[in-house]
Design a protein around this ligand. Structure first.
Ligand code: ADP
Ligand code: MG
Length: 606
């Protein structure tokens, strides 16, 4: 149910009673108005009765005044008669006016007026004239006549009053009826309104409640879906092989999966709600300095933080594990970061495997060189023993000195070779300045015999010294492998390897990146090249086209070593036409910032 619909129903629910009440009020107003009219008429009849009474009183005054005068002959008794006589025409006029709309009553008043006039003219005025003239008024006939006239007048007044009274009663009855009608109408309207509003509200409430019911159903369905997807996620998190921890924005742990519990040594119930840095204590493998809190780092970078491989996790029992960890922000619908997910795994075994592979490659190189090395050492030693034999068998002092010189030279060569072999294994802890020219010459010395065997012609362009900071044994491993690869690609006859080293000045490359100063080493051969389908796999571990003869680790290890030194290694190859062959270009920075160790620099395995 949407809000607009709900508001509409509410408005309807409010509007209908208001309209209904307004209508009821209008009806009541009309009803009250007609009741008021009736009350007005009642008041009018009251006024009529009062006026009729006033007229009656005046007539009585007139009559009693006349009687007093008639009996006493004293003019003072005539005063009420005169006063009433003066007033009556006006009061009669008023009474006449009050009979408007009632012809019967009008007629009655008219009649009264005439009767009265007759009484005045035919009786009262002659009597007063008679008394004034000093005559006697005891004429019985005349008085009886006056009495009959006055009786007529009284009768008229009574009938006027009676009629007014009847009219009043009628009006009052009418008013009672109207009031009863009003009350009945009120009850009917109230009932009608009540039922109408009740029915309407019922239908509206029905609509609202059914809308709510369907909203609730949707909500509960959603809740069920959310519950299920949460269960799914939980099961996924519980069953994946990586440790997963989620934290809120303040770095408090909200969820920790079983693998993370195993790796950190913290049970879930103890870890939840604790600050991350208490449970996930990490130091750098290289420096042993505490690493930046992943929560702080993600918040700072506002983006996912890729895997780092040189992290040591200090477990709850203080034992240590080498881990790879990465972090990512959890965002709400508005894109605001509301938490952090941390994923990590134990890479101790992986690291050992990689180290074993690197060592293995080293052994394989040495193994492949063993025969030629033996040969290299055997030849000078053979010469030395020949020279010793010659010296022993009586030679002149001059000859002896010459033989000693020759033997010395042969032994120097042996020393050089053994130093070169040792160089493959002895490694310095920190990068040291290495003259690339010397290194390449040493390698050529070791591989000379094998290159001769393969009938490979080596041309060098080693302008030196070209010095870079590096680990010499590792560089020997790289170049021995690259030169071996070039030699092993030899086809029948005319095979050539061209090795060059040249210093590179600092520069800005095409993409605007700063290129530090260093050295470029190019090892090119005119072999068959690498087929396009093999090219994508060259730097993968164990990729070899040499069957039992190869390890497939040479390029993989070489790239690791070069990347560790912040350098680059590229292989381009041509299989077609006369320009076939392979060129490997290595760039080494003069002052490298040591990246990582070998394994860390090898993509795919790191
Ligand atoms: P491996 O030499 O033990 O085979 P590498 O990693 O050194 O392992 O080389 C991988 C593969 O790359 C080789 O087997 C070969 O097929 C190809 N390759 C490397 N260097 C060259 C080259 N100079 N010419 C032709 N192919 C090459
Ligand atoms: Mg190789």
């Amino acid at each position: 149910m949407n809000l607009a619909k709900f508001t509409r129903i509410l408005r309807q629910a409010l509007l209908l009673p208001v309209i209904a009440l307004l209508l009821a009020a209008a009806a009541l107003y009309l009803q009250i108005r007609s009741t008021n009219d009736t009350v007005g008429i009642i008041q009018l009849t009251d006024t009529r009765i009062a006026q009729a009474s006033l007229v009656a009183k005046l007539i009585v005054d007139e009559e009693s005044g006349l009687r007093g005068y008639e009996t006493t002959g004293d003019e003072r008794f005539l005063q009420p008669f005169t006063d009433a006589g003066n007033r009556l025409p006006v009061e009669f006029e008023k009474l006449q006016n009050l009979t408007e709309g009632d012809p019967q009553q009008r007629f009655n008043v008219e009649d009264l007026r005439n009767e009265h006039q007759t009484w005045r003219d035919a009786f009262a005025l002659p009597i007063t004239a008679l008394v004034k003239a000093g005559g006697r008024s005891n004429d019985v006939n005349l008085n009886l006549y006056g009495k009959s006239l006055m009786d007529q007048v009284r009768q008229d007044i009574d009938s006027i009053k009676a009629r007014a009274e009847t009219r009043r009663q009628e009006r009052i009855a009418e008013w009672h009826r109207q009031v009863r009608n009003l009350i009945e109408a009120l009850i009917v309207v109230a009932l009608g309104m009540g039922i109408l509003i009740g029915l309407f509200m019922r239908s509206r409430l029905h609509a609202v409640s059914s809308a709510y019911r369907s909203s609730l159903e949707i909500l509960s369905r959603r809740a069920e879906e959310i519950y299920q997807s949460e269960q799914q996620l939980r099961t996924t998190l519980d069953s994946i092989g990586d440790g997963v921890i989620t934290c809120d924005i303040d770095g408090r742990i909200q969820m920790i999966n079983p693998v993370a519990c195993d790796l950190t040594g913290w049970p879930a119930n103890e870890a939840v709600d604790r600050p991350l840095d208490e449970v996930f204590r990490i130091v750098s493998e290289l420096t042993r300095e505490p690493m930046e809190d992943p929560v702080v780092k993600v918040k700072r970078l506002k983006a996912a933080v890729g895997a780092t491989n040189h992290t040591i996790l200090i477990r709850k029992d203080s034992t240590e594990l080498l881990i790879a960890d990465s972090g990512a922000p959890v965002r709400d619908q508005t894109g605001e970061t509301v938490g952090i997910v941390l994923v990590f795994r134990d890479i101790t075994l992986e690291r050992r495997t990689q180290e074993a592979l690197v060592a293995n490659e080293k052994l394989a190189v040495a193994g492949r060189l063993a025969a030629t090395i033996a040969h290299e050492i055997h030849n000078p030693l053979d010469s030395v023993s020949n020279l010793l034999y010659l010296m022993k068998n009586s030679v002149s002092a001059e000859e002896s000195a010459q033989f000693i010189d020759m033997a010395e030279r042969e032994l120097t060569r042996v020393t050089q070779i053994s130093r070169a072999i040792l160089g493959l294994y002895r490694e310095s802890r920190a990068p040291v300045p290495v003259d690339l020219k010397v290194i390449l010459e040493e390698i050529l010395l070791l591989t000379e015999h094998r290159l001769n065997e393969l009938d490979v012609n080596v041309r060098t362009d080693l302008r030196g010294p070209v010095v870079v900071d590096a680990f010499p044994a590792e560089l020997r491993q790289v170049f021995t492998n690259l030169i071996s690869n070039a030699a092993e690609a030899a086809t029948v006859g005319g095979h050539e390897i061209h090795i060059s080293v040249l210093p590179v000045a600092a520069d800005i490359d095409s993409s605007g990146q700063k290129q530090p100063s260093g050295a470029r080493i190019i090892i090119a051969d005119n072999g068959p090249g690498v087929s396009p389908e093999d090219t994508p796999h060259l730097f993968q571990a164990f990729f070899t086209t040499k069957g039992e003869q190869g390890t497939g680790l040479g390029l993989w290890v070489s790239r690791g070593i070069v990347h560790k030194l912040g350098g680059t290694i590229d292989l381009t190859s041509e299989t077609q036409g006369s320009g076939h062959g392979t060129t490997v270009t290595v760039f080494l920075a003069e002052k490298p910032t040591i990246n990582t160790n070998i394994a860390g620099a090898i993509p795919g395995l790191a």
